[in-house]
Design a protein around this ligand. Sequence first.
Ligand SMILES: *Cc1c(COP(=O)(O)O)cnc(C)c1O
Length: 427
Amino acid sequence: MEKRPFVTKSEAEEIAKTHPTPFYLYDEAGIRQNCEAVRKAFSWNPGYREYFAVKATPSPAILSIMQDYGFGFDCSSLTELMLAKAVGASGETVMLSSNDTPAEDYLYAAKLGAIINLDDITHVAFLDELLGGVFPETMCARFNPGGVFTMSNGIMDNPGDSKYGMTKEQLFDCYRQLKERGVKHFGLHAFLASNTVTNEYYPTLAGQLFALAAEAKEKLGIHFSFINLSGGVGIPYRPEQEPNDIALIGEGVREMYERILVPAGMGDVAIYTEMGRFMLGPYGALITRAVHEKHIYKEYIGTDACAANLMRPAMYGAYHHITVLGKEDALADHVYDITGSLCENNDKFAIDRKLPAIDRGDLLFIHDAGAHGFSMGYNYNGKLWCAELLLKEDRTAEEIRRAQNPADYFATLDQTPYFEALRKEFA
Ligand SMILES: *Cc1c(COP(=O)(O)O)cnc(C)c1O
């Protein structure tokens, strides 16, 4: 499918007058349409809730939009729990799905009344000690089936090599131990493949988890209040990929539900999801300006952003489509490496990419950066975080996070007069 930016060149230039590039821009209309589609796809399940994976886009303005659809928050850390609380979420609309979890994260989650999803059997005793033996009424546990996860089109991922979750034996033991400690309602969670661009992933996963939960209910006599399909629903980063159809995915999960859970007397189980990428990925872009061109053994365009703003290409060789704003329909008859300014040769947003001729000053729209984009930012080379802007439904842009300034960068250094002066100078 052709990838079109959700903003025009003249709109982006107008925004850039008051918000210098680079910046992240999120498309409120697109986010809302997609939230509505997700809600509708699972509306057959009365208890359904999407717990937006906060780590994908941890910005309060984005979290607030999710709340308009009744969604909750899947948090991976203490500060993400704090963000959820900051937008008014608490209780069972907050999920802590973490691993190698620090004690303070558990304590904060318990205080919030959040649902705790245990990554390992040993955490039952860890939590027992922390909470003085008083467990929440509802607890979730994370399953890892080991081996490889296959679907009709082959091997999708390799759970046997992943650090997450428990074996089946441990999972059942975990439920037994929790039951002994007074837990009344249970959840089952697994995340077996990432960025799946197929409508089969959730239904396949659901089939496996539903059968497992039915067996646990039968053997242990425990009540499941929910099954959490977690994240992993992907997006088409490449134009030739076919996007997922969330309505078909919801329908596929419903079929499994009726085939497996309903006959097992589990027709009251709620379905939870923890999507991040699917909720935000396509509806956020990194907008950066071409500031240099360089001709050596290859052709380079240097931008004012870098991998510290968007790390996925450098980290995973991830493909992000790029549109030169205003040249949407121009012939892609040039081949460029699009680079950032880090002293790292992997700081390239694109390698050997066919694009129209780029002039200095052109704005580049780096697609599909709305999830795991800004949030993976870092400060290497002393690079500062850029701003995040929300393109509202009335087409005005609202700054939802200002850019870092040098004073922010120096904020954690000691209080000697030198850094004090720097902080004052740049605040
Ligand atoms: C990262 C993560 C998610 C979100 O994954 P996406 O691929 O963005 O959908 C959900 N749950 C857990 C436990 C995660 O670690």
